[in-house]
Design a protein around this ligand. Structure first.
Ligand code: SF4
Length: 355
């Protein structure tokens, strides 16, 4: 079975910018970028990253703001902070050498079981299985495993089955072959069994249950959070805040915002006074922006607010500052704040009095 898989891979491997290398730094960066993110989205980010930080030493030397700027739009920003911290840790404590064993890789910030296994297998040919959603689907079908694949016990079983099937010392090709089979042939929904090199061994195919696998535990829908964002304007300047270092979207810039219950109404002006130390006059709505994070969804309404009085202060930001509209593009931002900034660029005038 493994031989058929590896033969297929030799002919059908995907051409990806992070393939064909066993440089552990490149493998680490690509695997972190690929967490929760599609290959086509990662491709240009990876290329820009490698031009700017071709080595671990260069990444370790770079200021975090440069790293965040390059990451902008890729989401899950904690990954960028962790990669940067991992590079510094390896540079300072391990003489710039990335560890080759999965258990040592896991000591790096942001490197979990999957990423450690992927780097150990792909860069160092260690006998590890990088078990992500794709591999779980392929393996659950191959061995007709009908237990929910999101349970740790099922994951252990699938990993064990894959390890038994893997020829020693070929972990890099074997893992990538399974990844590519999952991306190209054993796709979710209806797999392309007619093109599959493993059809003769596949238990799900034999039983005709390939479309019913894999099974997942029933999950509750992510809750929806309603928020209001304030685009406070003062002449031709707008107010933005830098998020704290230990929060979600750490170090990124945003328009001050808060969670709302029910109608926004006067909540905005009262909130600005209490939380920003500013008297503002609420203006019109700029738009509604939504985004799904891993555990919740957000619907954010953004409002123009004209500054009336006070010096901005906030406990929820490292710093608040007034910037020109043209300066917003240079600040690293999360998805929602960037959408608001883009919509702002289309607003003809910021001032209510200018209408
Ligand atoms: Fe997947 Fe079909 Fe191949 Fe089985 S035969 S591994 S279900 S593509």
């Amino acid at each position: 079975m493994a031989e058929a898989l590896l033969e297929w891979y030799a002919e059908h491997a995907r051409e990806l910018p992070w393939r064909g290398t066993d440089d552990p730094y490149r493998v680490l960066v690509s695997e972190v970028m690929l967490q929760q993110t599609r290959v086509e989205t990662v491709r240009p980010y990876y290329q820009r990253w490698m031009e700017r930080f071709p080595t671990l030493a260069e990444l370790a030397r770079a200021p975090i703001d440069d790293v965040l700027q390059l990451w902008e739009g890729l989401g899950y920003y904690r990954r960028a902070h962790n990669l940067h911290a991992a590079a510094r840790q390896i540079q300072e404590q391990q003489d710039g050498r990335i560890p080759y064993e999965a258990r040592h890789l896991r000591e790096l910030p942001g490197v979990g079981e999957y990423t450690a296994a992927a780097v150990a297998a792909i860069a160092f040919d260690q006998d590890q299985i990088a078990l992500d959603g794709n591999l779980k689907r392929v393996l659950a079908r191959l061995f007709a495993v009908d237990e929910p694949v999101d349970r740790p016990a099922t994951a252990r079983r699938l990993r064990g089955l894959a390890l038994e099937m893997m020829p020693g010392g070929q972990a890099a090709d074997f893992n990538q072959a399974l990844m590519d089979l999952g991306a190209r042939v054993c796709i979710s929904g209806t797999p392309l069994c007619g093109e599959c090199p493993l059809r003769a061994w596949c238990q799900a195919f034999k039983q005709g249950i390939q479309e019913q696998l894999p099974v997942r535990s029933a999950r509750e829908a992510a809750p929806l959070v309603h928020r209001a964002a304030l685009v406070v304007t003062k002449n031709s300047l707008v107010l933005v805040g830098k998020r704290p270092a230990n929060a979600m979207l750490a170090g990124l810039w945003e328009f001050p915002r808060f969670e709302v219950n029910g109608q926004v109404g006067r909540q905005i002006e009262n909130w600005a006074q209490a939380n920003l130390g500013l008297g503002v006059k609420m203006g019109r709505e700029i738009g509604q922006f939504s985004h799904a994070y891993s555990h919740f969804r957000v619907l954010e309404r953004a409002y123009l607010c004209e500054w009336m009085s006070g010096r901005p202060r906030s406990e929820k930001h490292q710093v608040l500052k007034w910037v020109r509209l043209s300066g917003l593009s240079e600040l690293p931002m999360g998805k929602l704040a960037r959408s608001i900034a883009t919509a702002l660029a289309e607003v003809k005038t910021l001032h209510h009095r200018d209408h």
